[in-house]
Design a protein around this ligand. Sequence first.
Ligand code: PRT
Ligand code: MG
Length: 213
Amino acid sequence: MKLTIALSKGRIFEETLPLPAAAGITPAEDPESSRKLIIGTNHENVRLVIVRASDVPTYVQYGAADLGIAGRDVLIEHGGTGLYQPLDLNIAKCRMMVATENGFDYDAAVKRGARLKIATKYPKIAREHFAAKGVHVDIIKLYGSMELAPLVGLADAIVDLVSTGGTLRANNLVAVEHIIDISSRLVVNQAALKLKYDSIQPVLEAFASAIPA
Ligand code: PRT
Ligand code: MG
């Protein structure tokens, strides 16, 4: 039975590699330096496909890949249709936060019921967060560099991922609210899990055994 695993080359990549290794899967060439999008492995029946991080759930949903690794942020925005999410891999950890320019009184703005402009790459997470708080917001969808938006008056606040906090600090922004903790998860196509159970189950077990504490 052939297995296709979707991985992304971005910041998850380095922390991802020990997982296939634990399952005895070695890429035939270094995905980091290769420009190939399909990379064979030491197993004749296992191949890797290299996709954009935010596209991993889509490839797995439609069965173009049987398994993949994706951030919880990406999975929430995608919605998770057709995906089984058996393992939190405890890698690429960060926090989804609300941040504003240093000096903006976020708590006061929320208290007086101000309508806030929120710039984010994560409209679903942002909308649900502010709806639960009863705060009215206009969501401004961006594709990157959210940190710029409050500095040039595009938004009052951003919803973005924070790991070291260095990017916020460098741009005179401060985190004002924690939304959720993020890590990467293994996702499996629901139909593939049934049809290819004998091939997928050992991979799941090996990945589970390689999860960092
Ligand atoms: O970058 P590209 O647009 O190609 O794709 P992508 O952003 O979808 O992928 P990638 O590789 O950048 O991120 C993949 C996954 O890594 C995300 O989906 C998260 O689950 C996870 N991850 C973990 C992070 C971070 N930590 C993180 N810090 N993703 C992004 N960041 C960014 C954040 O958006 C901010 O701009 O890093 C900056 C903050 O970092 P600090 O260390 O300065 O706080
Ligand atoms: Mg990125």
